[in-house]
Design a protein around this ligand. Structure first.
Ligand SMILES: O=C(O)c1ccccc1NCC(=O)[C@H](O)[C@H](O)COP(=O)(O)O
Length: 247
C-alpha cells in the first residue's frame, strides 16, 4: 500500500487540516482560508496563466462526454511540468481503477476526483495506489450524510456539487444551508455554479467541514478556457497572495 503524498504543511495548516497524511478523526478546525481548486483545465495558454496564480488544486477532466475533456488538448508533459506545489487532480466518471491509475501516472496526477457512482471499495483501491481521493456527491433538495459513512475511511476529501442535467459543470448553485448539519470527519470542497458574485459570501462562509471551493464554469470564457483575471480576483477575495508563485 502506498501512502498518498501529504498536502504541503503551510497549505494544510491554512485549511485547518493535519500536516501529515493522517486522516482527520474529527472535523477540521475553522480554516484560516479556503483552499481553491480550479477545475476543467483544457486550454494550454489559460493553464499557464492560471497556474502562475498558484491555486491549491488544478482539475483536469477525463470524462469523454464533458466539454472540458482533456483528450488530446493538453500534452501529459505539460501537466507534469506544473509546479509541484499545485495539486493536480484528475476528474473521472465511473472509470476503472486500472484506467484511472494509468492516467494518473501518465499525467503526474497526485489526486483523483470521482464524480460518478464509484463505490467505497474503489476509493480504497485508489487511495492504496497512493492517490489522494476526493469523492464528489451531487446535492439536490437534501443530503443524506449517513449514506456517505462507508466512504469516510477511504476518502481524503468530499466535494459537494449541484445535482443537474450533466454529471458536473452545470453552473448552478445548491442551497449551502443543507451543509450546516454536516457531521462527518472528512473535509469537503463546495462546488456548483460558483462565480465572482459569491466571492464575499464565500470568504465569510463558515460551515462545518468546509475547507475549499471549486471554481469551474463561472470562471470561463468558453468551456475549458479559464479566465485568469477572474480567477485572480477570486483568489484575492479569498485572501490569497497571488501571482508571485507563493501562497
Ligand atoms: O465540468 C464538467 O464538465 C464535468 C463533467 C463531468 C464530470 C465532472 C465535471 N466537472 C467537475 C467539477 O468538479 C466541477 O467543477 C463542478 O461540477 C462544478 O462546476 P460548475 O457548476 O460549472 O461550477
Amino acid at each position: 500500500m502506498k501512502t498518498p503524498r501529504p498536502l504541503p504543511a503551510d497549505v494544510a495548516k491554512a485549511a485547518g487540516l493535519p500536516a501529515a497524511s493522517a486522516r482527520p478523526q474529527a472535523q477540521p478546525a475553522t480554516p484560516a482560508r479556503l483552499l481553491v481548486k480550479v477545475c476543467g483545465m483544457r486550454d494550454a495558454a489559460a493553464l499557464s496563466e492560471v497556474a502562475a496564480l498558484t491555486p491549491d488544486f488544478l482539475g483536469f477532466i477525463f470524462a469523454p462526454a464533458s466539454p472540458r475533456f482533456v483528450g488530446e488538448a493538453l500534452a501529459a508533459e505539460l501537466v507534469q511540468a506544473l509546479p509541484a506545489s499545485i495539486w493536480k487532480v484528475g476528474v473521472f466518471l465511473n472509470e476503472s481503477t486500472e484506467t484511472i491509475v494509468a492516467t494518473a501516472q501518465r499525467f503526474g496526477l497526485a489526486a483523483v476526483q470521482l464524480h460518478g457512482q464509484e463505490t467505497p471499495a474503489q476509493c480504497e483501491e485508489l487511495n492504496e495506489a497512493g492517490l489522494l481521493v476526493m469523492k464528489a456527491f451531487s446535492v439536490g433538495k437534501a443530503v443524506d450524510f449517513a449514506a456517505l459513512l462507508p466512504y469516510v475511511p477511504h476518502c481524503d476529501f468530499f466535494l459537494f456539487d449541484t445535482k443537474g442535467a450533466a454529471p458536473g459543470g452545470n453552473g448552478t448553485v445548491f442551497d449551502w444551508d443543507l451543509l450546516k448539519s454536516y457531521n462527518l470527519p472528512v473535509p469537503y470542497f463546495l462546488a456548483g455554479g460558483l462565480g465572482l458574485e459569491h466571492a464575499a459570501e464565500l470568504a465569510a462562509l463558515r460551515l462545518p467541514g468546509l475547507v475549499g471551493v471549486d471554481l469551474n464554469s463561472g470562471f470561463e470564457t468558453a468551456p475549458g478556457v479559464k479566465d485568469a483575471g477572474r480567477v485572480e480576483q477570486m483568489l484575492a477575495a479569498l485572501r490569497l497572495k497571488t501571482g508571485t508563485g507563493k501562497l
